[in-house]
Design a binder for this molecule. Structure first.
Ligand code: ADP
Ligand code: MG
Length: 413
């Protein structure tokens, strides 16, 4: 218990000193991690749990292993050296007793570190439990090899020690992951708040710009009626058209920003698909993407048409963006038993398994100017319409987003 308490105390100190107060730096404090890990491993070694055939057993390896995975390169190296040093000096072991098993673990952790950031919560716990098990087994094996067979009465002690060691390591990583997640969520909420403020500002500015535009347009039209000169007429028409375009862009922006009460009704999916495909076509042409749209007649679902359009727009835009060197975008809406299915298939760069797992989480984006919100919003809308989105993707070949909604029987009228 004392050893566990020492380790938890280090985590607690880190949480209060750095994570809470300085969370805004959005970076771990490696110096503090090193100092705390070193402190806790010295304390654990000073108060060993028991001795079996002359060897001190304690939990000092746990903070050291955690550092190998969570610290930067320097922390990992310092802690590895510090661990071997402490065990040699404080426990009085020959240095090879800790250097050999920990060296192996160090190399394994080094290989894992590269992929550590891509691992999910459970994979991390699995990985750390495996590493810890490797360490304990190696360390015990090493002792048995050099000191001869373990005395029979020490075996149960050592067995319990191994189990608890591995469990505590798993729990520690679980705790660290939870702390990191709550910190990340706190920062994401702050970011969203900031985005909200900015969107509100932009919306009010857009609204203000609209008024002078309308006035200017009115006077231009008056001028157009008064001039006889054909050239001026043409120029004035151009100006009015362009002003109309600006007006419609601002209008769309405002419509998008302002949350409107949802207007639910029976929708014909085919019409929505066709509408969004038409809107996206110029964007697709710009990216050398060929579009092919097929929709069966009479595909009725229940929901908010604008929101459905937003989902289709997000997915088609992503599909086009996944094909920077051109390709084909296939959109196919059809009925399958009680479901209405919309497949949006591209021949773009596809996604890896890891990316596939992470899409839909807020702010996950692999694009330079991506927001990582498109899919988050889309998933939420589809869910609110009692539907779901399935994704199949192959790296280098393409991706297919498949949306499904429950079909409804009657026609929109
Ligand atoms: P954004 O488009 O701003 O990056 P999204 O939420 O729309 O945000 O998409 C998140 C990420 O999902 C993208 O950055 C991309 O990596 C991946 N993605 C989405 N759609 C596709 C697709 N059709 N093909 C390949 N990757 C995709
Ligand atoms: Mg997007």
């Amino acid at each position: 218990m004392l050893n566990i308490l020492i380790i938890l105390f280090a985590l607690f100190v880190y949480q209060t000193v750095w994570a809470e107060k300085y969370g805004k730096f959005n970076a771990p404090n490696h110096l503090l991690v090193t100092v705390l890990a070193f402190g806790s491993l010295i304390l654990c070694t000073t108060f060993p749990i028991f001795q079996a055939h002359g060897v001190h057993h304690d939990f000092s390896a746990i903070p050291a292993i955690a550092c190998l995975l969570y610290g930067d390169h320097w922390t990992a190296l310092l802690i590895a050296v510090g661990y071997i040093f402490t065990r040699t000096v404080v426990s009085g072991e020959p240095w090879a007793d800790s250097a050999v098993p920990f060296g192996v673990v160090f190399l394994v952790a080094l290989l894992l570190r590269k992929r550590w950031e891509t691992y999910m919560h459970r994979q991390r716990i699995g990985a750390v439990v495996a590493i810890d098990m490797l360490y304990v087994v190696l360390a015990e094996g090493w002792h048995v090899m050099w000191l001869g067979a373990m005395p029979v009465d020490a075996v149960p002690h050592v067995a319990v020690y191994v189990v608890v060691h591995v469990t505590v390591t798993g729990l520690l990583v679980h705790l660290i992951e939870n702390l990191r997640l709550s910190l990340k969520m706190k920062m994401e909420i702050e970011r969203i708040e900031k985005l909200n403020v900015m969107a509100e500002m932009a919306a009010s500015i857009a609204h203000e710009i609209r008024n002078p535009l309308t006035v200017a347009r009115g006077f231009l039209q008056l001028l157009k009626q008064q001039t006889r000169d054909e050239r001026s007429q043409t120029y004035l028409s151009f100006i009015v058209d362009e002003l109309d375009r600006a007006e419609s862009i601002i209008g769309n922006y405002l419509a998008f920003c302002k949350p409107k009460p949802s207007q639910e009704s029976v929708l014909d999916v085919g019409a929505n698909v066709q509408y969004v495909a038409n809107v996206i076509t110029p964007y697709a042409c710009l990216h050398n993407v060929e579009m092919s749209v097929r929709a069966e007649p009479e595909l009725y679902v229940y929901g908010d048409g604008e929101k459905l359009n937003q989902v289709l727009m997000n997915l088609m835009k992503n599909a086009v963006e996944a094909m920077p060197r051109g390709g084909t975008l296939n959109v196919h809406a059809r009925r399958e038993k009680q479901w209405i299915l919309i497949d949006i298939q591209d021949t773009g760069h596809g996604m890896t398994e890891e990316e596939l797992k992470r899409i839909g989480t807020p702010f996950f984006s692999t694009k330079k100017n991506g927001t990582g919100l498109g899919l988050t919003v889309s998933y939420r809308i589809v869910q609110s319409m009692n539907g779901r989105i399935d994704v199949r993707s192959e790296k280098g070949k393409g991706t297919c987003f498949s949306i499904r909604f429950p079909a409804v029987g009657q026609s929109p009228d």
